[in-house]
Design a binder for this molecule. Sequence first.
Ligand SMILES: [Zn+2]
Length: 326
Amino acid sequence: MDNSTMHELGLDVVRLTTTRKTHRPHAALCFDGHIFAVDTTRTFGNDPIQPDAYLITHAHSDHHGKSAMMSPKSICSEDTARALEIRFGKEYMGRTFRIGETIDIDGIEVATHPTYHTIGSCAFSWENDKGIRTLVTGDVKDASDLPDCDFLVTEANYGDPADPSCYFEDDVAGLEQIIGDNVALGAYAFGKAQRAVSIARNAGWQDEISMDTKGYNLTKGLMGDCGPLTEIMQYNGGHEGLVIVPPWDLGKLPGSMKKYVLTGRRDYYYPAIQISDHMDVTGLVDMVVGLEPEATLIYHPDGHRPQRLAAHLNKVGCPAAALSDI
Ligand SMILES: [Zn+2]
């Protein structure tokens, strides 16, 4: 699959450039005279291509909301806007919507769909003049609420079929078993920390959860039903109940605590519990096959995984290309 395949669908994929002529992150989709940028940094006045909108799929740093949030043309879910403001301490300048709403962007009706990757994470879909349905997913944990499409723009965070670490299942039962007093979980402050809180609460843990300042602010600001939370002011003091901090802060907690890292990696000093914000490669392939696109563009992340997933999809009969090959 190449650019001509997409052109036949009435779409062109362009890379935005910086003043130094390097590519801005990710891409912009051009169709029927509109330009929607996806998860990229905002352009400046003299840049040759000026998008009509900056779609921000979620508030993880590698999707560049920190930059795009400063443009009035930015568009993201209410929860993503709040997460960006809490994470980066700046006012979000763009438009927001509730996930599930259909919004008008530059005269185009754009539907929005949950992807369950982080709080606020969201996919966008619309139809062009040729009746081609485009779906932009961002990162996906659960694809069950995504609509069928003709042109799919998606991710490959765990997309290498030849890499054993791209096959996993979440060990929710294992996490539920160890939840208790004097237990510390290492989890990134945005995404995994909220997932850990919600698993603990669903498992019946009603007592205090103590978190580092970032995790506390994000969880308090984004989760309506997070239960009793305490902000950790000093690591060497006594900590109430269950503790959730970034993995690199576990060592600052008392040695008497039982410590675990929520990760698919096996190179941490502490025992790991497999909890991911992502689908594994089996999930990604099932998603693409199930959405039945005529063409798939894999736009994220950097590295070789998009090409590996695209090669596999082509083999199983789904025309696909990585952004780096376009
Ligand atoms: Zn992400």
